[in-house]
Design a protein around this ligand. Structure first.
Ligand code: ZN
Length: 390
């Protein structure tokens, strides 16, 4: 039995009705948001609060040096603008966890969390040494390095750049996830469960319910890394993707602010996309329950008010969707706030929250407890409720 049950069963139906009324009326009454919680009212554009590419490079080099190479940092690939995309590897256990942050360039908290966790996982404490015996962690901090520098969701790439790389697409229109005004692509719609897929004109422009194409250097970098880990380990056991969402969500039923939504569900029907025998939704649900449990019992921090990201999605072109089909247990972190809609006041808390949740999952893998969790507990995590800025 996990803490998930006891926590969620305390929710009252009356509170749910009240919150429903608050959301339907406009403007939303302030009571829905605890007064101490900022939500969407600070000026945004706080990209300076996070490491830039030069600082990211320096921090990773420093981590490799101070851990004596226990955290091994390498260049995994290059962005469309030629910036290094890094991978940091720590541990030598038989179970492998691949985690990436910032596939959307304006979603920074996961990157900061990884920069704090990597030296911890690479340290000389007995706990860290035991951890490294039982797990191999491969982290890609800030996959979308160009979007991170530009503070955009998309990478920096024109359709002409794509056609230059794939001349067979000369007569095809840009893919649906292209924004000509950036110009760039939502990299997180560019994935395909078939790692050998070659872009074909008939598959464009495509749509969100279909698979992607690996037309961006950023998705290609993750594909190549994933493939090499599959070759080494057989299956990439866990895949975690660290994102940010809109600042203002509440817990359905309580009205409490929800600083984090999670999910393990991105594929409505795996058979729609071919034969993927290793698809394991229960493993994904157990991994999410481990994250949920790790954030309970932290006092009045608000850490415990996790919600489920919408479960009616079908996104095979996302990294999570494609890798779930290949057999990875998948966890989405959606930290509430991104650089355009939030200031800096909550940054420390939001970063720490990602650290605690991700480290909790790692600990549950290392001690084997993740395998004893009940996948059904996942369904007890409350839904998130959209709130306008207050
Ligand atoms: Zn995102």
């Amino acid at each position: 039995m996990s803490l998930a049950h006891t926590k969620v069963r305390a929710v009252s139906g009356a509170a749910a009705l009240l919150l429903g009324a608050a959301v339907l009326s406009a403007p939303a009454p302030a009571f829905a948001i605890p007064p101490e919680s900022h939500c969407g009212t600070e000026p945004g554009n706080n990209n300076d609060a996070y490491v830039n590419h030069a600082q990211l490079t320096k921090r990773l080099q420093q981590i490799e040096r101070t851990t004596g190479g226990t955290v091994d940092v390498e260049v995994a690939g290059y962005s469309n603008q030629g910036r290094e995309i890094y991978q940091a590897r720590v541990g030598h256990g038989d179970t492998v966890l691949l985690v990436e942050s910032q596939i959307h360039g304006n979603e920074n908290h996961g990157t900061e969390a990884l920069l704090n966790l990597l030296p911890q996982w690479g340290s000389n404490t007995p706990a860290a040494q035991a951890l490294r015996e039982n797990i191999t962690i491969v982290a890609v901090p800030r996959l979308n390095v160009d979007g991170g520098e530009n503070d955009t969701r998309q990478n920096e790439m024109s359709w002409d750049d794509v056609v230059a790389d794939f001349p067979q697409l000369a007569g095809a229109g840009p893919s649906w996830n292209y924004r000509a005004d950036v110009p760039g692509f939502d990299v997180n719609r560019d994935f395909n469960p078939d790692l050998d897929y070659v872009p074909a004109p008939a598959d464009f422009p495509g749509n969100s319910a279909d698979t992607g194409w690996y037309i961006t250097p950023e998705s290609q970098t993750v594909r190549d890394l994933y493939r090499s880990l599959e070759t080494e380990f057989g299956t990439v056991d866990y895949f975690v993707d660290l994102h940010n969402q809109w600042s203002c969500y509440a817990v359905e039923g309580t009205g409490e602010m929800s600083p984090l939504s999670i999910s393990g569900r991105f594929i409505a029907d795996p058979s729609e996309f071919g034969d993927w025998p290793k698809f394991d939704y229960d493993a994904s649900r157990r991994a999410n329950v481990a994250v949920y449990d790790a954030l309970q019992g932290q006092g009045n921090s608000g850490f415990g008010a996790l919600t489920l990201y919408p479960q009616d999605t079908n996104l095979p072109g996302t990294a999570l969707g494609s890798f779930a089909l290949r057999g990875s247990a998948t966890v989405l972190f959606e930290t509430s706030s991104n650089t355009q809609t939030d200031g800096q006041k909550r940054n420390g808390m939001l970063t720490k929250q990602v650290e605690t949740g991700l480290d909790g999952l790692v600990d549950a893998i290392v001690d084997g407890s993740v395998d004893t969790l009940d996948p059904a507990d996942y369904e007890e995590i409350p839904n998130r409720v959209f709130l306008p800025a207050d």
